[in-house]
Structures are given as structure tokens and as C-alpha cells.
Design a protein around this ligand. Sequence first.
Ligand code: PRP
Length: 202
Amino acid sequence: MLSIALPKGRIAKETLEKFEDAFKEKFVFMNRKLILEKAGFKFLNVRNQDVPTYVIHGAADLGVVGLDVLEEKEYDLIKLLDLKLGLCKVAFGFVKGNKVDFTKSNIKVATKHEIITKKYFEEKAMAVDIIKLYGSIELAPLVGLCDCIVDIVETGETMKENGLEVGDTIMQSSAYLIANKNSFYAKKDLIFDLKEKIQSVL
Ligand code: PRP
């Protein structure tokens, strides 16, 4: 049996569709159930940012999570496969017409991706103030909390609808299949078989 933590929402749905193609079984979470057990798999329905936590602690052998979430925390786990789902980028957002000059002092950048943003500016040897937020990032520059944001851009609709323009890209992201290190060795055959089957339907 392999347990797999899936992030709630669209990525879970798209991942389960890949499993359906690969294993010719129907995989659907019933109503509000958080566990789905079928055909040798136990799928866990967890919050996006919590996926690596379940996998690191071995509460799940495998997980599916965005590269941006992995980069943000530098977890000690194995990246098995790029599922090419949930494609998006981590990019800057500015109030339309107000592109920020990062060489100025006291520039404030609001983001959920604190580490990724910090690294970006460290590599450029630029000093900015990073303000950590947990959601609705697009709001922050509109009310003067910051000069610009760093956030996930998928279609660009959210920024556009809020009068922001998308700036430079920091990184591209997509959903990865990840594995707990102990599980990877203890259940190597099962995991390799799964990886191959999923790869064949990507
Ligand atoms: C992300 C991001 C934006 C939106 C961008 O949020 O924070 O708000 O998606 O998508 P778009 O470019 O297609 O408009 P997400 O839905 O991942 O929710 P979260 O803030 O709870 O992580």
C-alpha cells in the first residue's frame, strides 16, 4: 500500500485523473471524506502547504506539491517526477504604471514566498524589506502596505482584475511527485512501478 498526500482542489483532481489513466480505476473523494482508499493506494486530502509535512514525517509515502512550495522550505525529501500539472510562475506584480526601482532604499515587497524572494534579492545584492503575507497578496500594494508583490501567476487574471501588471518572473513552477526518503528505500519497487505508470500517461 502506498499513501499519497494530495493538495486540495484542482491539482488533486488532475493528479487523480492521471492515476485513473494509469491504473484504469476511478479515484474520487466522497463528499467531505479526507481519505480515499482503493487499488492499493491511500490518497489523503490535505492543504497545499501541508503536503511536504505529511511526507517528511512519513504520514504519507508520497505527495504532490508545487515546486514553489518545495523551494520555499528546502525540505529533505525526494523529487520523483514533474507531473507537468498546475503550471504557473512566481513573478513580480506592480500597480499598473508604477514599476518599482529596486535600487532605491526602503522598497517593501509583500509575498507568501518569503524565502524565494529573499534569495532573489540576495543574489542581486539588493536590500529590500520583505513583508510576509498568507493570502490575498494582490491587495497589499493597492492599500500602501508595500511597493510591489511577488506572487503566483497562472493566467494573470487576478493581478489584472486588481489593477496590477505582471513584472519579471523569478521561477517557473509545476506540481511534483515527491517521496519520503525512508519510504523510497522501503517501498522502492512499488514507487518505481507507480512512477513509470504515471510517466507513461503524462
Ligand atoms: C494564486 C495566487 C493568485 C492566483 C493567481 O492563489 O496567489 O491569487 O492564484 O492566478 P491567476 O494568475 O490565474 O489569476 P491560489 O489560487 O494558489 O490560492 P492561495 O493564495 O490560497 O495559495
